[in-house]
Design a protein around this ligand. Sequence first.
Ligand code: NI
Length: 482
Amino acid sequence: MKHQDPLVRRSYRHKKPRKIQSWQWTLFLLAIITIIGLAFSAINYYNGIKMQKEIATATNTLLTQAKQTQDKADLTMEAQVHKNKAFTSISFLPAEQTVLPFKNLEKTYQTFYHQKSDHDSKLPPLFIGSVQKKKLTDELARYTVIVTTYEWDKKEHAFQKIDSKTTQSAFVNTTNQHKMNAKELIQTKANLLGIQQIVKNELLKKAKNPDQIIDAVIALPDLSWKTKMTYHQKYLEIKVPLEGDKTTTVKLSYNQIKPFIQTQLVDPKVLKKDTPKEPEDKKYLALTFDDGPNPQTTPDILNILAKEKVKATFFLLGKNVEQAPNLVKQAKEQGHELASHSYSHPFLPNLTNQQVSDEVQKTDKAIYNAIGELPQFLRPPYGAVDENTAQRIGKPIIQWNVDSLDWQSKNKNAILSVIKQTVAPNSIVLLHDIQPATVEALPEVIAYLKKENYTLVTISELLGHQAKPMHQYFGKDDERKI
Ligand code: NI
């Protein structure tokens, strides 16, 4: 047996540590990298999960808030949550019984979501589609489809609202749930005729050369419920039929057509407040003069009215206007109101529709040629009118409740005496500016009325600019449907 050399043994025991091999280093580094990598992955994974949880919680919070907002809108809506790679959406859709003025709400939402999610944000956006209902008056509500977009803010760990867009809105008559349209707003043929007059004035006002379109405007085909009229928040849009197949678009503010619409079906913000009513104790009265102008007598009447600083209304015959347009112009310049009394003074109910239209249109043209404006009122000869005639006329019908009988008596004192006996506040007084006796009586008539504290006004003023076609007015307090 060979003994080991003790030296050798010692040398073995005290041998220097061996050098670490390069493969060991590699293994070691790989291990470190793997550990770091795993650590990062773990952190990322953890953060990812944490973010997903945060997003989920925040989504729920938004959903709850949106539900509360939607409940306040006084509509029964159900939320549907959808999630895909491109976006998350919370869509409020009507419960079965809920009536909305929108067709296919879900499609409206979806179209919007897809358009908006097209951009390359890192995280998919969150959309909330909802419907708001705002009560504007006791009878009018506005429904709005709103899509709000949120994006996740990693730093803030919260959703940031990017924008809120109205994609559709509609107005609804809440008494019958009908979507607002011209019929809901205007309701009667009389109102439609009233609006027609305003359309005519508007066309003339907007025209560069009104003289070129005056014939077409005077002969404008009647507006009907088939006419294309669109209800907007601030105005009514009308595709006005012209002769042939042509149309032109007119926009009328609700203030312009206020007497002819259901004002409770208009956003109060766009309506001017009513001017406070004149004190009731004031006595108003309208003097009206028929059958002129007459170059022999009308100038005297105008002079007396000018001297007394009194305004009156003249119901003119178209054929006489053509003979003396300057007198009509002078009357206008003095601040009087000019209205129609037909062209040739016929008994209108005996005429055909075409003949009635001719009487009205020829007089409209004659007065327009004299003063550049269309007459707003008509007094039928002999006060004779029926429903069909009134519709053809298309203007408020002005009658009278104080008849001076000047055409009969042809006597100054008789005229004065009749007026003294029959006059009352808010009367419409019938006189004729073609009668010499009326010229004679007028200064004393005016003196008497002033002494009795009457304020003499035009027909527009007396009726408060509210008069309607298909209605006749015998005085301010005596309005009758025809
Ligand atoms: Ni007459």
